[in-house]
Write a protein that binds this ligand. Structure first.
Ligand SMILES: Nc1ncnc2c1ncn2[C@@H]1O[C@H](COP(=O)(O)OP(=O)(O)O[C@H]2O[C@H](CO)[C@@H](O)[C@H](O)[C@H]2O)[C@@H](O)[C@H]1O
Length: 479
């Protein structure tokens, strides 16, 4: 089966968050199951600089008034379709934000053009490669099924995956005429309280909607988590699926990871000590045997980072240490940095996006804290499981689905892999930290939990098979 995947980021070429990991790893996992995936991405500077000898496939003279060239390249097992349009994508900032962290004013156009190209490819624009199905990710690609619905060509089966419903691609209704859609598409697919919502358009028009864990698929049916789209999603429950993310277990393998100070496995956990020592040095922490908690996250309210700032003094008071890697909301960055300054030697912080450091932190820390208010899946707890770093997570979304709480029954059965807490409040987080410390001091139980986590199947194997199953169902329906 031939799949056209459309995404706005793709590991290892361009990444701001978990979407890139999934868009980058899923095609590799699907390849072994008879699916040939080509991924359409914008020609950002990082992409154009990294891919070797891209081949020109075709020109799009007029995609919503923009000229673009479609390039083909292979990169680390990925088959790429790169939409090269320098006025839209060759910018010095990130994929979505300029150097001052402001949204590009023409993001509506940048991603509408990407989607339009996707719809044209789906309709057979490429002479030698026509997809059987289109899989689009998040609001940035959500207009692909909208353009397909209102095109003259026969509609291909389509799936939209929601990685985070908080980001909806909402724009002024004034852009509607520039999208080149028939007038009725506004009310049928795109209109959202007098504005335009790309994600809504995708949810209305895609043949199936999925999200990245079964629990989050349930949660987004409720007003609390649906962020205004719960009513619409509830009307599509027959076509709604929750497939938990996997991770690339070759990139995230403590036995071979070149970014670590020392490689190790479940049978050689003592070798984690060298990573702990490297981490201690890197963050100028005191050298002692107290547990190290880590946080690797966007610094946002979603991720509960305000709670982390609130409880930092209490964590330090227990004797534990804390290392934080992240960037995001500037008020939260300041609050956390101020706290870290108060506790030199006990709290270390790096305001950065640092892939290499994130690997060392997973290998050198004892616990990863993930106090998210909502979490569609979450990936850092999956890396942590694989690295023998115990996840302490909020009981929500994919975090609830992937970590087995160390309650009495799970401990007795030897099944526990981490800790969960709820509701997501500072008080419950403090309690969960105290519970973690009690377990940490019971070395036999702790080691057993580490080993159990390292045995968990966090690979793509099962989930890739679930996607293939869904693709096949959609393809059959479309016949
Ligand atoms: N400062 C930093 N330096 C280095 N690496 C950093 C970093 N900050 C974050 N990362 C990395 O970025 C990724 C973040 O992925 P998550 O799944 O945790 O959240 P995100 O909200 O981006 O993704 C959304 O999409 C994914 C994919 O579906 C869902 O799992 C998730 O719940 C949803 O919110 C991880 O690979 C993490 O290691």
């Amino acid at each position: 089966m031939k799949i056209l995947s459309v995404a706005s980021e793709l590991y290892p070429l361009i990444k701001t968050g978990g979407l890139a990991d999934v868009a980058g790893a899923l095609p590799l996992a699907l390849a072994g199951l008879g699916c040939e995936t080509r991924t359409l991405i914008p020609g950002y500077p990082a992409v154009m600089k990294t891919v070797k000898a891209p081949k020109k496939l075709m020109e799009f003279p007029d995609l919503l008034g923009e000229h673009a060239t479609l390039l083909h390249a292979k990169h680390q097992g990925l088959d790429l379709l790169i939409l090269d349009s320098p006025p839209l994508y060759q910018r010095s900032g990130g994929p979505y934000l300029d150097g001052s962290a402001r949204d590009y004013a023409d993001n509506w156009k940048r991603f509408a053009v990407l989607a339009k190209a996707g719809a044209e490819i789906a309709a057979g624009a490429l002479a030698h490669w026509e997809p059987d199905l289109v899989h689009v990710h998040d609001w940035q690609a959500a207009l692909v099924p909208v353009f397909m619905r209102y095109a003259d060509a026969p509609e291909k089966p389509s799936l939209i995956t929601i990685h985070n419903i908080a980001f909806q691609g909402q724009f002024s209704a004034a852009i509607f005429p520039s999208l080149g859609l028939p007038a009725h598409a506004y009310g049928e697919a795109l209109e959202y309280y007098g504005t335009i919502s790309y994600l809504k358009g995708g949810i209305v028009t895609a043949h199936a909607v999925s999200t990245v864990s079964p629990s989050y698929a349930e949660e987004i049916l409720t007003p609390e988590f649906g962020m205004g789209l719960d009513g619409l999603i509830s009307s599509r429950t027959a076509d709604l699926f929750g497939i938990v993310n996997g991770i690339d277990i070759d990139v995230w393998n403590p036995e071979t990871d070149k970014l670590l100070a020392s490689n190790y496995g479940a049978g050689s956990l003592k070798k984690r000590a060298a990573n702990r020592a490297a981490l201690t040095k890197r963050f100028e922490l005191d050298e002692d045997d107290q547990p190290i908690f880590c946080v690797i996250s966007r610094l946002t309210w979603q991720k509960g980072m305000d709670l982390l700032a609130e409880i930092m003094d209490d964590v330090v008071a227990t004797g534990a240490k804390l290392v934080i890697l992240g960037s995001g909301d500037s008020a939260l960055e300041t609050a956390l940095l101020t706290g870290a300054d108060r506790h030199r030697g006990r709290v270390g912080m790096s305001i950065a996006y640092d892939e290499a450091l994130s690997h060392l932190m997973q290998a050198g820390s004892d616990v990863i804290l993930v106090p998210s208010r909502f979490e569609p899946c979450g990936l850092t707890q999956l890396y942590a499981l694989r690295y023998g770093c115990i996840p302490l997570v909020a009981r929500t979304g994919g975090l609830a689905d992937t970590v087995i709480d160390a309650n009495g029954a799970a401990l007795a059965a030897g099944a526990a892999t981490g800790l969960q807490f709820q509701p997501v409040t500072a008080e419950q987080l403090r309690r969960a930290i105290r519970r973690t410390l009690r377990l940490f001091n019971d070395r036999k139980t702790w080691t057993r939990m580490q080993k159990q986590g390292m045995k968990s199947d966090v690979s793509w194997t099962r989930s890739a098979a679930a996607y293939v199953d869904l693709y096949q169902r959609l393809a059959q329906k479309g016949q």
